[in-house]
Write a protein that binds this ligand. Structure first.
Ligand code: FAD
Length: 141
């Protein structure tokens, strides 16, 4: 059975770009091994991540991530059974905030700043899908 889990969390203030690189490197290796795909968005001090895969694999990786000291306040925004993956091409696609996607945040967020904690699950899913389409990818597949 396939599931999709989307959560938000607050970035630890001491997080550096090399921490992000390390997280992405481990994510690519672990997720490819475990059949997990998804996308990680990092902007305005907030992470928004979508994890897709088998129910057991997604639960396991989420619990590992939730205990990671590099972020705080993890909150599950959406958890659903799915028929097919949206981000099946990406072991973990990554997008940071750029001028190109500022308008997208405004389109889906109640306030001009990106705050996934205040968004509906449907808005979060739609935003992630659009971001993955227009964003400049920092990491290769
Ligand atoms: P290793 O890097 O070998 O880590 C070993 C241990 O050290 C882990 O407990 C790790 O949490 C800890 N650790 C490593 N570096 C640091 C550091 N700089 N500060 C504090 N503790 C550290 N993992 C995935 O597998 N898939 C994902 O999609 C994924 N997404 C993530 C998204 C976010 C926002 C964050 C913060 C982390 C994410 N991680 C992800 C990392 C996850 O939390 C675990 O660190 C990782 O899965 C552990 O795998 P490892 O033993 O191969 O990694």
């Amino acid at each position: 059975m396939l599931v999709r889990l989307i959560y938000a969390s607050r970035v630890h203030p001491d997080l550096t770009p090399s921490d992000i690189d390390h997280i992405l490197a481990r994510s690519h290796a672990n997720n490819a091994r475990d059949g997990v795909t998804g996308a990680l968005c990092y902007t305005g001090g907030v992470f928004l991540q979508c994890l897709e895969g088998g129910r057991r694999a997604v639960n396991e990786v989420y619990h590992r991530i939730a205990g990671d000291p590099r972020h705080t306040d993890p909150a599950i925004l959406s958890f659903s059974q799915i028929v097919a993956r949206e981000f099946g091409d990406w072991a973990m696609g990554y997008v940071a905030h750029t001028a190109d996607n500022r308008a997208l945040f405004l389109k889906y967020c109640p306030l001009p700043q990106f705050d996934p904690y205040t968004m509906s699950a449907a808005s979060v899913e739609a935003l992630l899908q659009e971001l993955m389409g227009v964003a400049r990818w920092r990491t290769a597949r």
